[in-house]
Design a protein around this ligand. Structure first.
Ligand SMILES: *Cc1c(COP(=O)(O)O)cnc(C)c1O
Length: 549
C-alpha cells in the first residue's frame, strides 16, 4: 500500500513504506528481476503542521506524479459496487549500483470516465472510512494484478507485503480451475496448492487487534458475486474477512520480520508455519555521506558486500568521531533553520522520531520530569522529537499535543525540540546526527523497527526496550543498551524508572567520562548493524528461502 521511492513522492507513511522502498533499492543493486506495485497516493499521507496549542494539524500532502513518473497508456478495469473503475499505471524506475533498472508501478484511479468518488480512491494513503479502505485494497489487489498482466509481466512469485494486497489471490483463485482443467478430471487434493506455490506473505502485525478485517456484508456489497462466499470464508475467516488470514492461507511461504516477531506470529497463527526474515536497511541510502566516504577509503567493497563492515572495528576512533560530529552539526543547523532552536553540538543528544502511536510510548521519557532534568546532573541532555499521528488516532494526536506542553514546561531546564512533518528527509538527518537512539515500545508490539538500525549504522548507540530487531541486535554494553521491561498495570512507571536508571548510571557517565569507550562502542554499533541488518542480507534470504520455496 505504501512505498518510499524518494522524499518528493509522498507515497509512504512510515516504516512499512520505507522498508518496501529499501527492498526495491536493494533488488536493483542485486539485479533481481522484480516489479513493485503500490498506490500513487496523490495527496500523500498527511502534511503535518503544529497548531498554536501544540496540536497536530493535518493538511493534504499533494505531489505531482508527472514530475517523477511516466504515465503508461494501459488501462484495466475493476468492478467495485457495480461501477467499472478504470485503473491506470504510472511508472518510475529505480536504478541500482550497477545500472540495473527495476520498475515501480503506481496505481491511479484519477482517470477520465471514472465517477468523482472513484477518482479519489488513490488520493489519500490510509484515508477514508472502512468502505474507502476496502475499495483501495480492491484497487491494489485486483487492479494491481490486472495491471501487471496487461503490461505483459509473466510472474513467478507474488510477494504480499501485509494483507493490503491480499485480494489479488481472488483472481488467482479464478485461474486455478482453468489450470487444473487441462489435467481434466484429476482434481488435486489441495485446490489451492498451485496458488500457494506462487505466493509469499510477510506479516508485520504482532497483535490480533492490529489485523485488518472487514464484514462480509461490506465485501458482498462492493464485490458482489466475485467469489463463492463459502470458499472465501474457508480462507479468510468464518465471521469476518481477515486479510492477513486470506494472504497466509494462500501463501506457501510466510514470514515475520524479526525472530521475536515470528515467535509472536506463530502464537497468533498456530496452524501456519511461519519463518523469520529479520528486516534490514539499504545501507547506501542511510549511511551519512561522511561515513560513506570513510568506509569507501577504509573498507572498500562495503557497498557490494556489507558483511565486510565487521571491519569497522579497525576504524580510527578519531575519524569515526569526526564523521559523527559532522553529521551532528548538520542536523543541529537544520533544526536551527526549521525551528529556531539552538542545540549544543557537545551535549548528549537523544533521538526519538518515528510514527507517533501509543504502543511506541513517546511520553515514557517524560514520566518524571524532575528525575529527567536531574539525571544529567549539570551535564546537558537534549532531545530531538518528531512524528506524525494518524488522523483517526486520538491517543496519538493527544501525545503530540502533550509533547508540546512538556517542551514548554521544560523550557530552560532541558532542551527538547519537536520537528514538524517528519519524513524521509528529516529521518536521514536525524538518524545520522543524534548520539543515542531511544525506543520504548510495549513488547511485542514493535514487530521489527528499522530506524534504530539506521542510527546504529551511523554510530549511534541504541537505548531500547528489547523488542523487534533490537531483541536480536543488542549486545549489552557493547553496541548499546537495553531498557529492562516489566509487564503489568504499572508498566509505564516501572519502565520509565528503568530508563532513567540506565541514563543516569550508564549512558550519561559513559558519554561524558569515558570517551574512549563510547567511541569504541560506536564502532561496534556500525559493525553489527552494517554487517547483518542490511536489506542485502534480507533480500538474499527472501530470494533463496521464500521465492524459491
Ligand atoms: C525508518 C523510518 C521509519 C521507521 O521507524 P521505526 O522507528 O522503525 O518505526 C519511519 N519513518 C521514517 C521516515 C523512516 O525513515
Amino acid at each position: 500500500m505504501e512505498l518510499a521511492v524518494r522524499p518528493e513522492m509522498h507515497t509512504y507513511c512510515g516504516g512499512l513504506g520505507l522498508l518496501a522502498g529499501d527492498t526495491a533499492r536493494e533488488c536493483a543493486d542485486l539485479e533481481l528481476p522484480v516489479v513493485f506495485v503500490t498506490m500513487v497516493s496523490r495527496l500523500g499521507y498527511l502534511r503535518q503542521e503544529i497548531g498554536p496549542n501544540g496540536e497536530q494539524v493535518e493538511r493534504p500532502d499533494r505531489w505531482d506524479p508527472r514530475s517523477w513518473c511516466q504515465p503508461l497508456p494501459t488501462r484495466v478495469v475493476v468492478e467495485i459496487e457495480g461501477s467499472s473503475v478504470k485503473v491506470r499505471p504510472w511508472l518510475t524506475v529505480l536504478t541500482g549500483s550497477t545500472g540495473f533498472r527495476i520498475p515501480v508501478v503506481l496505481l491511479d484511479t484519477d482517470v477520465d470516465g471514472n465517477s468523482a468518488g472513484d477518482r479519489t480512491l488513490t488520493d489519500t494513503l490510509y484515508g477514508g472510512d472502512l468502505t474507502y479502505q476496502l475499495k483501495t485494497e480492491i484497487v491494489l489487489g485486483l487492479g494491481g494484478l490486472r495491471v501487471l498482466r496487461a503490461l505483459g509481466f509473466d510472474l513467478h512469485t507474488y510477494h504480499l507485503n501485509e494483507g493490503h494486497a491480499a485480494l489479488l489471490t481472488l483472481d488467482l483463485l479464478k485461474d486455478a480451475p482453468r489450470r487444473d482443467g487441462k489435467a481434466a478430471a484429476r482434481r488435486p487434493s489441495d485446490p489451492w496448492q498451485e496458488i500457494r506455490r506462487r505466493c509469499v506473505f510477510t506479516t508485520h502485525t504482532p497483535v490480533k487487534a492490529g489485523l485488518h478485517e472487514y464484514g462480509y456484508a461490506l465485501f458482498e456489497r462492493l464485490l458482489p458475486g466475485e467469489i463463492d462466499l463459502t470458499e472465501l470464508k474457508k480462507l479468510a475467516g468464518k465471521a469476518r474477512l481477515n486479510m492477513t488470514l486470506l494472504g497466509m492461507n494462500l501463501s506457501g511461504y510466510i514470514n515475520g520480520v524479526s525472530r521475536q516477531h515470528a515467535d509472536t506470529a506463530r502464537r497468533m497463527f498456530p496452524r501456519h508455519r511461519i519463518h523469520a526474515v529479520t528486516n534490514g536497511v539499504h545501507l547506501p541510502t542511510w549511511t551519512h555521506p561522511a561515513f560513506a566516504q570513510l568506509f569507501d577509503r577504509q573498507i572498500p567493497r562495503w557497498r557490494e558486500e556489507p558483511e565486510v563492515l565487521l571491519r569497522s572495528l579497525q576504524l580510527p576512533q578519531s575519524q569515526v568521531w569526526d564523521c559523527h560530529q559532522a553529521a551532528k552539526r548538520e542536523l543541529l543547523e537544520r533544526i536551527r533553520q526549521a525551528s529556531k532552536v539552538s542545540l549544543e553540538p557537545d551535549a548528549l543528544t537523544l533521538g526519538f522520531t518515528r510514527r507517533i502511536v501509543p504502543y511506541k510510548r513517546p511520553l515514557l521519557l517524560f514520566q518524571d520530569l524532575d528525575r529527567l532534568v536531574g539525571l544529567a546532573s549539570g551535564r546537558r541532555l537534549q532531545v530531538v522529537l518528531a512524528g506524525k499521528a494518524h488522523p483517526r488516532d486520538t491517543a496519538g494526536r493527544q501525545d503530540i499535543q502533550r509533547l508540546h506542553e512538556l517542551i514548554r514546561e521544560l523550557d530552560g531546564r532541558l532542551s527538547c525540540v519537536f520537528l514538524a512533518n517528519y519524513d524521509m528527509e528529516w529521518a536521514k538527518a536525524i538518524v545520522a546526527g543524534c548520539d543515542v537512539w531511544l525506543n520504548t515500545p510495549i513488547p511485542p508490539m514493535e514487530a521489527s523497527g528499522t530506524s534504530g538500525i539506521k542510527a546504529a549504522l551511523n554510530g549511534q548507540l541504541n537505548l531500547s526496550i528489547l523488542d523487534g530487531w533490537w531483541a536480536e541486535g543488542c549486545v549489552e554494553d557493547v553496541n548499546g543498551w537495553s531498557i529492562p521491561h516489566t509487564d503489568g498495570a504499572d508498566t509505564d512507571r516501572r519502565d520509565a524508572a528503568a530508563l532513567y536508571d540506565r541514563l543516569e548510571h550508564v549512558v550519561v557517565p559513559c558519554f561524558y567520562n569515558e570517551t574512549e569507550r563510547w567511541r569504541s562502542m560506536m564502532k561496534q554499533a556500525i559493525a553489527h548493524a552494517g554487517s547483518y541488518f542490511s536489506t542485502q542480507r534480507m533480500v538474499r534470504q527472501y530470494a533463496t528461502e521464500a521465492y524459491a520455496h
